[in-house]
Design a protein around this ligand. Structure first.
Ligand code: SPV
Ligand code: MG
Length: 290
C-alpha cells in the first residue's frame, strides 16, 4: 500500500490513526520509531521551532520544504497543516499539488481568515471566512489532487471562535458537501464535553479528526469507543518535549560548570549518528567508493 492508500484506508478502518506532530525530519523519525501511525506536519511546531508565532508569518515555501524533508525520511503518512491555504480558492488549486508532490498524504485546511491566529492562544483573534468561500477552497483542494487517495481534511474553527455547536455542525456539513474527506473539529475547552457533544451530534457521513491538546484527559480508548473519529492528532508534543529536555540539560550544564553531569543522561553521539542514517551511508560507501 502507498502512504496515501494507508491514510485513505484509515478513514474507514476500525483502528484509530494516531498522528504525532513533528517540526523537523528528526522528530518525525522518532515518532515513526515510537509507533505512531502518521506524522502531523504542524504549523504551530514549525513556527515555534523558528521562535515565531503561529500566525501566518512563515512562508508557504518554508512549510512545503519541511514537508518534503519530513516525508522523505519516514515510512508513515504525513498530514500537512496548510493553515488557511495561503490565500483564496485559486491559491489552493496551485498549492495542493505542491504539497502532494512533496510527499504529504493529506492536507488540513482551516476556515479562518488570512492571516490566521493560532487556535489555542488566550484571547487570540479568531475570525472565520464565509461558509461558501471555504466550500470553494475545499472543492478546489479536492479537484487539484492528482491521486484520488490523497486526503482533504476541512478544519472547523467555529468552536474555537466561540460560535457554538450549531454553527460548527452547519460548517462541517457544508464542507462535507463541498468534497472534504474528513472534518477536523477543534476545541480549546479544558474538558472534552464540547467535543463529545459535537461527536454525538455529528450527522455527517465522513469521519472526524480530533486534536485533544486542551483536553488531554480524553484517551485514545475513549475516542475509539465513541465511534465517528478516525484520526487523532497530537498537535505539539514533539516541540514541548524538545523544549523541556533542552531546558533541563542546559540548566544542568550551567549549574555544574561543564558537561560531565549530563553525559550519561542524554542520548549518545552514536545514537544521533544512527538517526542520521549512518547505515544507509555505509552501504553506499561499501558499494560505490573505490
Ligand atoms: C498545529 O499543530 O499547528 C495545529 C493544531 O494546527 S493547534 O496548534 O492546536 O491549532
Ligand atoms: Mg496549525
Amino acid at each position: 500500500m502507498t502512504k496515501n492508500q494507508t491514510l485513505r484506508a484509515a478513514l474507514s478502518g476500525d483502528r484509530l490513526f494516531t498522528a504525532m506532530a513533528a517540526h523537523n525530519p528528526l522528530a518525525a523519525k522518532l515518532a515513526d520509531e515510537a509507533g505512531f501511525s502518521g506524522i502531523w506536519g504542524s504549523g504551530f511546531e514549525l513556527s515555534a521551532s523558528y521562535a515565531l508565532p503561529d500566525a501566518s508569518i512563515l512562508s508557504m515555501s518554508t512549510h512545503l520544504e519541511m514537508m518534503r524533508a519530513i516525508s522523505s525520511v519516514v515510512s508513515i503518512p504525513l498530514i500537512a497543516d496548510i493553515d488557511t491555504g495561503f490565500g483564496n480558492a485559486v491559491s489552493v488549486g496551485y498549492i495542493v499539488p505542491q504539497f502532494e508532490a512533496a510527499g504529504a498524504s493529506a492536507i488540513v485546511m482551516e476556515d479562518k481568515t488570512f492571516p490566521k491566529d493560532t487556535s489555542l492562544r488566550a484571547q487570540g483573534r479568531q475570525e472565520l471566512v464565509r461558509i461558501e468561500e471555504f466550500q470553494g477552497k475545499i472543492a478546489a483542494a479536492a479537484e487539484a489532487r492528482k491521486d484520488k487517495d490523497f486526503v482533504v481534511i476541512a478544519r472547523v474553527e467555529a468552536l474555537i471562535a466561540g460560535l457554538g455547536q450549531e454553527e460548527a455542525l452547519k460548517r462541517g456539513l457544508a464542507y462535507e458537501e463541498a468534497g472534504a474527506d474528513a472534518i477536523l473539529i477543534h476545541s480549546k475547552q479544558k474538558t472534552p464535553d464540547e467535543i463529545l457533544a459535537f461527536i454525538d451530534a455529528w450527522p455527517g457521513h465522513i469521519p472526524l479528526v480530533l486534536v485533544p491538546t486542551a483536553y488531554p484527559q480524553l484517551t485514545e480508548a475513549d475516542i475509539a469507543a465513541r465511534g465517528k473519529v478516525r484520526i487523532v492528532i497530537y498537535g505539539n508534543h514533539a516541540i514541548r518535549a524538545a523544549v523541556g529536555a533542552m531546558r533541563k540539560v542546559f540548566a544542568q550544564i550551567r549549574s555544574d560548570g561543564g558537561i560531565q553531569g549530563v553525559e550519561n543522561t542524554i542520548p549518545s553521539v552514536k545514537d544521533i549518528i544512527a538517526l542520521q542514517g549512518d547505515e544507509h551511508m555505509r552501504g553506499l560507501e561499501r558499494k560505490f567508493l573505490r
